[in-house]
Design a protein around this ligand. Structure first.
Ligand code: HGY
Ligand code: MN
Ligand code: MN
Ligand code: MN
Length: 384
């Protein structure tokens, strides 16, 4: 059994649901178990473990945050019933790559908290706090579906920007590819599409499903359903990607017209103009429809992320180092995207044969994962 398969077997059962997908929400029992696993891996390598007061966990070879350190890693948290590779592959690969890098090199391994935003709603929460682009008091007050705040889950108020991020020479995040463009075992990231989430609240008039005449209704579910169709159509017409998820209906009963339907629009496009056009048009059409339905729509932008263009010289250097590995964009957000505004940053992608992700069916072959580890080791050695 290879070192990779051995470590992979250690974490595979943690947080796995009957669906075969994972329920690894930030700072819940499965993710905390993975953090303990992380500490064990660091101890085996005599690496110093630190936490940054924002929920991010680090293992350092050399002094924590020493100038010139190269940082790698990813996240443990998953979307509900997500795949096991999205995030953890970058952390397992980081520890195994560290093993192959000369011992005198200063390397850090990170596990960023709440990358998916699956518990508290804001993606890349940990890396946004670390770099100072997320206000700690706003983060502290974020709540999950049970009303638990991030501060309560963390056990303390998040501290916000860590000034030592300026000491980091480079960041490299290895991640399973979440599309089908990569046809070689390993690729290098060129960019992250502009994307964001918009919370859409549809308010109507709750009433009896059986006795209320159709002409008397102000049913927010109707406006919501129209909006889902409008988002889908607009995206298809413009080549963008739009999804409506995380839906809450109040009251969520068979025989009651709801008073409120809450959903999140996840929209992404290859360029900012297309993204802006998509969101503007969906909101306009939904607002018009709300007028016809006698419902009210409120839209709140959340974590809108501008296009990330990774350092092109760095990407070219890594591609050359990795036998001309292809350089490709991704539509998925990553902590590396947040960090890239503060530190020279690169991403390595490992081939995903089906491109399926955020699903129990997400998979990468052991051979490609081993190739990813070998590539990451080469990159860490080159950059450090
Ligand atoms: O949702 C994303 O784009 C990423 O997988 N967190
Ligand atoms: Mn993800
Ligand atoms: Mn991810
Ligand atoms: Mn990520």
């Amino acid at each position: 059994m290879s070192r990779f398969s051995q470590l992979w077997a250690e974490i595979a059962p943690i947080g796995r649901a009957d669906s075969g997908g994972y329920l690894r929400f930030a700072l819940t029992e499965p993710e905390l178990t993975l953090r303990d696993w992380f500490r064990g891996q660091a101890a085996q390598r005599d690496m110093t473990v630190t936490e940054d007061g924002n929920g991010n966990l680090f293992a350092w070879r050399g002094e924590p945050w020493a100038p010139g350190t190269v940082l790698t890693g990813s996240h443990f948290d998953s979307v509900p019933h997500g795949g096991g590779y999205d995030g953890p592959l970058g952390i397992v690969s980081a520890f195994l790559a560290v093993d192959a890098v000369p011992k005198d090199r200063k390397i850090g391994v990170a596990a960023f908290v709440e990358e998916e935003g699956g518990r508290f709603g804001v993606p890349c929460l940990g890396s946004r706090l670390l770099t100072g682009v997320m206000d700690p008091s706003r983060a502290a007050a974020l709540t999950d579906r049970d009303g638990i705040s991030f501060e309560e889950a963390l056990g303390a108020r998040p501290v916000g920007r860590i000034e030592q991020i300026a000491n980091i020479a480079a960041v490299v995040e290895l991640h399973i590819e979440q599309g089908i463009a990569l046809r070689t075992p390993v690729g290098v990231g060129s960019a992250i599409w502009p994307h964001g989430r918009w919370r859409m609240d549809f308010a109507g008039v709750g009433d009896h499903a059986g006795t209320t005449r159709m002409t008397d209704r102000h049913d927010p579910m109707l406006t919501f359903a129209f909006t889902v169709l409008a988002a889908n159509k607009e995206a298809r017409l413009s080549g963008a990607h739009a999804t409506v998820g995380r839906v809450q209906v109040e009251p969520n009963a068979t025989n009651a017209i709801p008073s409120l339907v809450r959903g999140w629009l996840d929209a992404r496009a290859a360029d900012t103009a297309t993204l802006d056009q998509l969101v503007e048009s969906v909101v306009k059409k939904a607002t018009e429809r709300a007028g016809r339905d006698g419902t009210a729509l409120s839209v709140t932008p959340e974590s809108v992320t501008a296009e990330v263009a990774f350092d092109t010289a760095l990407a070219a250097r890594l591609s050359a180092l990795l036998d001309d590995a292809p350089i490709l964009p991704t539509g998925a957000g990553h902590d590396a995207g947040v960090l890239s505004a503060h530190v020279p940053t690169a991403m390595l992608f490992v081939r995903n044969p089906t491109g399926v992700s955020h699903s129990p069916a997400e998979h990468a072959s052991d051979a490609d994962c081993e190739a990813g580890i070998e590539a990451l080791a080469r990159v860490l050695e080159d950059l450090s």
